[in-house]
Design a protein around this ligand. Structure first.
Ligand SMILES: Cc1ncc(COP(=O)(O)O)c(C=O)c1O
Length: 370
């Protein structure tokens, strides 16, 4: 008797096309520029990993055993200390820190890890990092794009995503806005996941965490803050981040992730501890981006672009008041590749996202061509 698979759901069919795969043509056009391509379409770091972090990585390279899903006590202690030092976040228990293999995997898996399904609603920003939607789709939840609570009407979402400073818009939510979301979530028993990937990259005034005592009054119930080391410490290649907040929620995530083998490699944990213990490399990197931002910003404004929000983070949310694919083609004619705003939701259709993550030489080349 044959064993026939009678029903297999193609998971990929439930997901959108991988956005960057759709840029091949415009990328080829930009790459044909005699001065070479300036790729500002992705937020991938280009500056080398700090020697202090590399040394920490290699210092434990001989260790053969399995790492723990919960991470080393040293890593968790350094995360708690860094959150307090860098952002004024207090009251985080070391046990409530959970390392992740880059925050993208956590975000893509979060609705499923929290047990959400078809009956549940996940709310994501109008213009959003695409993985929030992917996480909902993978778990089969309903998804609503909304920036304001009034858009929700009588709905009781299971999970609300915040992303301040935002990718792609660079918009920062203030204490009052965040307080309103927390109070709404408390009243209705909603979980708030705050993706704080760019919290350390604010250009004018500091951005505020969901776990800031001015926002949550020191009560982390129902709140999760997601922190990536990819951008602030140039560790995208290492895959390094953590989630923290509500001790009960983090304990539940830990339990499920333990069974699934979602462990951060031990040398990466050592590298993360070193990165979290040192603010100097982070500040050097922030100043590199600040300088690149100034060069690109003036060039874009000089070329007639308008830049919206973008007061923090690694992107200039730019528009020529035309469909984003037209702007993309205009930039490609100058050898510059940007990301079209429609990657991030229908409301982004007239913007392009221009990343600051290129070398000084490439940023200067882009500015010259603009
Ligand atoms: C808003 C946001 N969240 C999360 C991530 C994922 O970062 P990582 O998986 O490198 O931690 C990114 C990466 O670009 C991002 O822009």
């Amino acid at each position: 008797m044959g064993t026939e698979v009678t029903h297999r759901r193609r998971v990929s069919a439930t997901l959108p096309d991988f956005p960057w795969d759709t840029l091949a043509e415009v990328k080829a056009k930009a790459a044909a520029h005699p001065g070479g391509l300036v790729d500002l379409s992705v937020g991938t770091p280009v500056d080398p990993v700090d020697p202090l972090i590399r040394a920490a990585l290699s210092s434990v390279a001989e260790v053969p055993g399995y790492p723990t899903t919960h991470g080393t006590p040293e890593l968790r202690a350094q995360a708690v200390a860094a959150l307090a030092r860098r952002f004024g976040i207090t009251g985080v228990a070391e046990a409530a820190v959970l390392p992740v293999i880059g925050t993208k995997e956590l975000i893509a898996g979060l609705p499923r890890l929290l047990g959400l399904g078809a009956a549940d609603l996940v709310v994501i920003p109008e213009v959003a990092y695409p993985t929030y939607e992917v996480g909902g789709l993978l778990a089969g939840t309903r998804i609503l794009r909304a920036d304001g609570l009034t858009r929700l009407g009588p709905e009781k979402p299971a999970l609300i995503y915040l992303n301040s400073p935002s990718n792609p818009t660079g918009k920062v939510l203030g204490v009052e806005h965040l307080r309103k979301v927390v109070s709404f979530a408390r009243e209705r028993g909603v979980i708030v996941a705050s993706d704080e990937c760019y919290l350390g990259l604010a250009w004018d005034e500091p951005a505020v965490s969901i776990l800031d005592p001015r926002v949550c009054d020191g009560d982390h119930t129902g709140l999760l803050a997601v922190h990536s080391l990819s951008k602030t410490s140039n560790l995208a290649s290492y895959r390094a981040g953590f989630v923290t907040g509500d001790p009960e929620l983090v304990a539940e995530l830990l339990e499920v992730r333990k069974h699934s083998g979602m462990m951060v490699p031990f040398p990466i944990q050592a590298a993360m501890s070193a990165a979290l213990a040192d603010d100097e490399h982070e500040s050097v990197q922030r100043e590199r981006y600040r300088a690149r931002r100034e060069v690109l910003r003036s060039a874009l404004l000089g070329a007639g672009f308008r830049i919206d929000h973008s007061e923090a983070g690694l992107y200039l949310w730019s528009t020529r008041d035309e469909p984003c694919r037209d702007t993309l083609a205009w930039l490609a004619g100058r050898g510059i590749l940007a990301a079209p705003g429609d990657f991030y939701g229908p409301a982004g259709a007239r913007h392009v996202r221009i990343a600051l993550t290129a070398t000084d030489e490439r940023i200067a080349a882009a500015a010259g061509r603009l």
